[in-house]
Every structure is written in structure tokens, then in C-alpha cells.
Design a protein around this ligand. Structure first.
Ligand code: PMP
Length: 404
């Protein structure tokens, strides 16, 4: 059988609908973020990155780099095993204690990524709690959806951020079945924020546990970077907080935090924890340095919010529509996959501005967009240049539209 022909058939279909995924071959340059080198067919070019999830540039912070280098010198590279078979290093436990403290919880558990943490925790909870029902926000991330699916627990989807709909669906569940309300704080593609307090109150009313993904909020919100739940003073009422070390903390890895019993339960039963090599100790040390820095220092968060506000104001002045939301994520809707790619190519080729087109299945079809993520390290000039480029594009599109 010609398997390559079978593969190509589906890949060609993706290309025809404009949803084939291309990526830029970047070479990050230490100390120069948001500048990076872009390797392409004709050579290498310096670009300004406008779509990184290293939201605060912590991936190049001197303290984080020093911690990683020190730990590599001290421990070497890999962890040498799964967490249960020789792979648990002192640095992993220090990091888990740091994370528990960050969210005010008894315990924390590390995973190799945020994706794995959601997948492993939800699939374990949903499969091992007898008759469990998982109530999942309609906007939840693929990692939560896959974890729930794998658990084979009964799943009920509630309307995105709609507390009345959640309550209606909770009320319809059997009173004595274990229930989990799974949702996010900052939604990554629209940048909207969940009404966490109201959700927690409804969940408590029906005796449900709360599972909150703070992947796009940890490090960025709250006086110590504990996320929206810390900012809103509600973290202590959330059963499980999940996060990543790969975005605002600038490294890689994922985690859950909660009670001792909860973390011990996941540790003891989750295949995504048990059967995979532990994170390198140097990654744990770097992540811990990043978290510790952001617990103490507010300046990155303040400057981040400032640059987000500057970008939004500049877009408004230029008449470029962008999605209104209360977070740091600035989506500009294009609503067509081919046009989104064309605009992104133009920004890259003509202006050296890199923003990845966001297409299906990351977002629903018809909601394709450019998703800008300003950082504290983008200068005012970077913002002006981006908005100048977009204004130029908008005028050209208007002209093209008028001619057509
Ligand atoms: N949850 C959400 C909401 C996400 O957007 C992502 C990644 N984009 C993840 C979890 C997975 O995190 P990680 O990148 O650390 O695997």
C-alpha cells in the first residue's frame, strides 16, 4: 500500500482549504528578545517576534539563564529516569514546593508540559472517580478535551463563560455523583477571562470540584504571579490549579497544585506522570528561578500591561479593529485562512514582523486571526512600526476592496 499517497491526499486537502501549517524557522538570540533570526530559503534575516508566549521574555532573563547553567554544571543534562525510577531530583521537589506556595496549596506535581498535565490529571480523575461527571467549558483547550475524552467519564459541555448555563447543567446532574467543573482563566485565542468567583460559587453550591487552567495567566496576574485566581483572591476555593512553565515563566513543563491527597492520587495513578522521563533538573532549576523572581518583582508585569495598553491605543488611533478583552492577548480578526496567511507573509517579507497566522483547528473556521502578544521588551518604536505596517496593509486592502 502506498502510505505516502494516503498521507499526501489529506495534506493536499489541508493546503487547498488554507489550513496547512507552516512555521517560521527562528533562531532565538539571547538578550535580544523580541528580535530573532529567521532562517528561510533565501538566507537569514532579523525579525521582530509578535506572537511569542514567552510573554515576559523570562526565557532570556539573566537569573533564569544562570540557574539553568548552574544546574547543568551540577547535575548534567537529563533526569536519568521516570519520576519513580531514579528520575526525581532535589530540584524537582524544590520546584514543586515553590509552585504549591505560589498558589497557596498543600502540594504540587510536575509534568513534562502543560498539555500533559491537563491530559494526565483529567483522564485520571475522570476514569478513577466512579460515576464522575465532568462539566467542561465550551472554550476549553485541546489538552483538557483530550484528557476528558480519554477518561470516558460522562462529559457535559456548558456555554463558554456562562455561569447560568453551568448552573442549569449542574442542577441536572445526579446529586451524589462526583462532579468536576473544568475551565480556564484567560482563554488563549480570544483573551477573555472567566468569571472565576461566580463559577466557584455555583460549583460549591452543587458540591463540585473546580479544575482551573491558568496556563495563560501564571506569572502575569496577581501580586506574586499566581494568576487570575490570585488576583481575584479566590485561589483557596479552587480545588485544582493547573499551569505551565513554558509561557510567562519562559522555560518548559506543566504542573498541577492542590491538596496533598489530590496530588498524591494523580501521582499514583496518572500514566502521563508515571511512564515518562522526568524533566531535566536544569529545567526545574530555571523554572524555579523564574517563578521566584516573578513572585518578588512586579516590574515585568507592570511594563507588560503598559505595552499591551499602548498597542491597543495605537491600533485604535489607526482605526484597526481588534478584539476587546481584559487580557494581554490582542487578536485582530481576519476571518479567512488564506487572507490571514497572506497578511502574515506580507508583514514578514516587507517589514520583518513575525506573527503566525492562527487557523483551524486552533480557532473555529471563519475566525482566523493574527494574534499579537506584546511583551515588556517590545519598545514603543516596535509598537509604532507594527501599527504602521498594519495601517499600510489596511489601506491596501481597502483599495483592493474598492477596485474589486
Ligand atoms: N492549556 C492551555 C489553555 C493552553 O493554551 C496550552 C498551550 N497553548 C496548554 C494548556 C498546554 O501548555 P504547554 O504549552 O505547556 O503544553
Amino acid at each position: 500500500m502506498d502510505f505516502d499517497a494516503l498521507f499526501s491526499e489529506q495534506l493536499d486537502a489541508l493546503k487547498a482549504e488554507g489550513n496547512y501549517r507552516y512555521f517560521a524557522e527562528l533562531e532565538r538570540q539571547c538578550g535580544k528578545f523580541p528580535r530573532a533570526a529567521n532562517h528561510h530559503a533565501d538566507g537569514v534575516r532579523d525579525v521582530t517576534v509578535w506572537c511569542s508566549n514567552d510573554y515576559l521574555g523570562m526565557g532570556q532573563h539573566p537569573k533564569v539563564i544562570a540557574a539553568m547553567c548552574e544546574a547543568v554544571e551540577r547535575c548534567g543534562t537529563g533526569a536519568g529516569g521516570t519520576r519513580n525510577i531514579s528520575g526525581t531530583n532535589h530540584d524537582h521537589l524544590l520546584l514543586e514546593r515553590e509552585l504549591a506556595d505560589l498558589h497557596g496549596k498543600e502540594a504540587a506535581l510536575l509534568f513534562t508540559s502543560g498539555y500533559v498535565s491537563n491530559w494526565a490529571a483529567l483522564s485520571t480523575l475522570g476514569s478513577r472517580l466512579k460515576d464522575c461527571i465532568i462539566l467542561s467549558d465550551a472554550g476549553n483547550h485541546a489538552s483538557m478535551i483530550e484528557g476528558i475524552r480519554h477518561s470516558r467519564a460522562h462529559k457535559v459541555i456548558w456555554k463558554h463563560n456562562d455561569v447560568a448555563d453551568l448552573e442549569e447543567k449542574l442542577a441536572a446532574c445526579p446529586a451524589n455523583a462526583p462532579k468536576i467543573v473544568a475551565f480556564e482563566s484567560v482563554y488563549s485565542m480570544d483573551g477573555d477571562v472567566a468569571p472565576i468567583r461566580e463559577i466557584v460559587e455555583v460549583a460549591e453550591k452543587y458540591g463540585a470540584m473546580t479544575y482551573l487552567d491558568e496556563v495563560h495567566a501564571v506569572g502575569l496576574y496577581g501580586p506574586r504571579g499566581g494568576g487570575i485566581s490570585e488576583r481575584d483572591g479566590i485561589a483557596d476555593r479552587i480545588t485544582l490549579i493547573e499551569g505551565t512553565l513554558g509561557k510567562a515563566f519562559g522555560v518548559v513543563g506543566g504542573y498541577i497544585t492542590g491538596s496533598h491527597a489530590l496530588c498524591d492520587f494523580i501521582r499514583s495513578f496518572a500514566s502521563g506522570f508515571i511512564f515518562t522521563t522526568a524533566l531535566p533538573p536544569a529545567v526545574a532549576a530555571a523554572a524555579r528561578a523564574s517563578i521566584r523572581h516573578l513572585k518578588e518583582s512586579d516590574s515585568e508585569r507592570l511594563r507588560h500591561q503598559q505595552q499591551v495598553a499602548r498597542l491597543r491605543a495605537a491600533l485604535d488611533r489607526a482605526g484597526i479593529p481588534h478584539m476587546r478583552n481584559p487580557s494581554h492577548i490582542v487578536p485582530v480578526m481576519i476571518k479567512d485562512p488564506v487572507k490571514t496567511r497572506m497578511l502574515a507573509n506580507y508583514l514578514m517579507d516587507e517589514w520583518g514582523i513575525y506573527v503566525q497566522p492562527i487557523n483551524y483547528p486552533t480557532v473555529p473556521k471563519g475566525t482566523e486571526r493574527l494574534r499579537f502578544t506584546p511583551s515588556p521588551l517590545h519598545s514603543d518604536e516596535d509598537i509604532e512600526r507594527l501599527v504602521a505596517a498594519l495601517s499600510h496593509l489596511w489601506k491596501q486592502c481597502a483599495v483592493a476592496h474598492a477596485v474589486a
